[in-house]
Design a protein around this ligand. Structure first.
Ligand code: F6P
Length: 541
């Protein structure tokens, strides 16, 4: 992103938003709906088969106009175009940011350093498709001649969360006679549980790591290799039971994986934006290439929508601006994402990396300390489970937690009664949050006086509702791309770089020192007293 001259809080639209918030913050949703019978139409976008109702957010027409003015003052349109055209908008790492290229059609041309990246993207996709066909058809044989039935993806962060979320989300489309498991944690229990009950002869490991140097992934991959070699009793077995997904050919070779069995990607794909790169190979094996292409087409539709739709009807732009409004004006520190679909149970976890590794930043693009809040904490659980756990705080706690409700018109499994209840709940929760139950209503119910205060729901709690026809690969793609682009919009407004992650480095470096100290008790400890004592606990062991 190019240098932004104006500091956020100095922008005319920001100043106007402050005044506007002071004028309207006391208004509540009951009143807003009463006064404007057209509110739901004005604040609902219907596009790409998505019904996006943000009428229960605490905004008015003026709010949206000022937020749009803010986006314009920030040059959002130009910044979107810069990303789509391959400019090096990840300035700290001097890289282009082109996850959108991973799902663009073959005939498109996108240049990075004068080179068209699209032939490479489609070449890898074709190799992935041929490989996944081989596995699914039983044509890829393990070292002892048996077809592969078990796929274990070893990766962490973006090399795990996308694959595991997509597998869980699209499990309905996966064959019943194959197992898909995911290992990420350095805790040996993760690997132990993943291989438990499986035959090595029928198991293929995918070592997924952009850098191929990530400690957790490398340690897990080495142990998995030992397991294969030991179970099959032949060192040569590695070539039929390991493939790699990485940008680092040298390290893949050093690990002992034939680079013929490596699927590459590029430095312009960030880890948390990589699920449509070769990192998606476990997804493609699980759902088949046709469904995988449908997933990509959903992403691409949302990419086009983001690039081409005026801000007033642009779903990710509106979401991003609402996030800024809730974060910086309503001072909501967190954002809940509540999918009413059990297949989306890993979606909030996926979004945590996407949103917080992207926008958890404290300096502007120029390295100046910000004097405003940046990325909120994203969290969530599927409904209706969350209703019986943390919704109490969302309804009656002292914090304002904006909620995204996500639901589907049609279920994937034919239990219509369940679906009606599921849908009734998603609708009821948004209604309860927005309108609550006031004193008069509680009293009218004949509530004992001492309990009246306890039973009041203040309401006026903001939410958005997203309804899509069905959880298909296309619709999953649209949902993910929608959040990706919303994160970008927020980053542009806050003038931060959503595409690096320097904040994860310090802990990694310190862990390297500490592991040496734990393993070699002669090393002198030079940390603070608390850290030294903790290291000693493990040395004494
Ligand atoms: O440590 C954070 C991180 O770099 C993430 O950004 C990334 O998704 C993850 O680690 C895994 O990295 P890699 O794919 O290189 O193993």
């Amino acid at each position: 992103m190019s240098h932004i001259e104006n500091h956020l809080t100095e922008l005319p639209s920001w100043k106007k938003l402050i005044e506007h918030y002071a004028q309207i913050h006391k208004l509540n949703l009951r009143q807003l709906f009463k006064e404007d019978r057209d509110r739901v139409n004005r604040f609902t976008v219907k596009d790409l088969d998505i019904y996006f109702d943000y009428s229960k957010q605490r905004v008015m027409g003026d709010t949206m106009e000022l937020l749009t003015q803010l986006a314009n003052e920030r040059g959002l349109k130009k910044k979107i175009e810069a990303m789509f055209s391959g400019e090096k908008i990840n300035t700290t790492e001097n890289r282009a940011v082109l996850h959108i290229a991973l799902r663009a059609p073959k005939e498109k041309s996108i240049l990075v350093d004068g080179q068209d990246v699209m032939p490479g993207v489609h070449h890898v996709l074709e190799r992935m498709a041929a490989f996944s066909d081989k596995i699914r058809n039983g044509d890829w044989l393990g070292h002892t001649g048996k077809p592969i039935k078990n796929i274990i993806n070893i990766g962490i962060g973006g090399s795990d969360l996308g694959p595991v979320m997509a597998y869980e989300a699209l499990k309905h489309y996966a064959p019943d006679d194959m197992n898909f498991r995911f290992v990420s944690n350095i805790d040996g229990s993760d690997l132990a549980e993943a291989i438990s009950g499986l035959k090595a002869e029928e198991t293929l490991f995918i070592v997924a790591s952009k850098t191929f140097t990530t400690l957790e992934t490398m340690v897990n991959a080495q142990s998995a290799r030992e397991w294969i070699v030991c179970e099959i009793n032949d060192k040569e077995a590695v070539s039929k039971h390991f493939i790699a997904v990485s940008t680092n050919e040298d390290e893949v070779r050093k690990f002992g994986i034939d680079t013929e069995n490596m699927f590459g990607f590029w430095d312009w794909v960030g880890g948390r934006y990589s699920m449509t790169s070769a990192i998606g190979i476990s997804t493609m094996i699980a759902i088949g290439k046709e469904n995988y292409y449908r997933l990509l087409s959903g992403f691409h539709e949302m990419d086009n929508h983001f690039l081409n739709t005026p801000f007033e009807r642009n779903i990710p732009v509106i979401m991003g601006l609402l996030a800024v409004w809730n974060n910086n004006f309503l001072q909501s520190d967190t954002q809940a994402v509540l999918p009413y679909d059990n297949y989306l149970k890993r979606f909030p976890a996926y979004l945590q990396q996407l949103t917080m590794e992207s926008n958890g930043k404290q300096v502007t693009q120029n390295g100046q300390r910000v004097n405003y809040q940046t990325g909120p904490v994203y969290w969530g659980e599927p409904g209706t489970n969350g209703q019986h756990s943390f919704y109490q705080l969302i309804h009656q706690g002292t914090k304002i937690i904006p909620c995204d409700f996500i639901g589907f018109k049609e279920p994937l499994n034919p239990w219509p009664l369940h679906h009606d209840y599921l849908i009734a709940n998603i609708i009821a929760q948004g209604e309860a949050l927005a309108f609550g139950k006031n004193r008069e209503e509680v009293e009218q119910e004949g509530t004992e006086a001492r309990l009246v205060n306890h039973k009041i729901f203040e309401g006026n709690r903001p939410s958005s509702t997203f309804i899509l026809p069905k959880l298909t690969p296309e619709n999953l793609g649209k949902l993910i791309a929608m959040y990706e682009h919303s994160v970008f919009v927020q980053g542009v407004i806050w003038d931060i770089n959503p595409f690096d992650q320097m904040g994860v480095e310090l802990g990694k470096v310190l862990a390297k020192t500490i592991i040496d100290e734990i393993q070699d008790s002669k090393k002198s400890l030079i940390h603070d007293d608390s850290t030294n004592a903790l290291v000693n606990l493990f040395r004494k062991r």
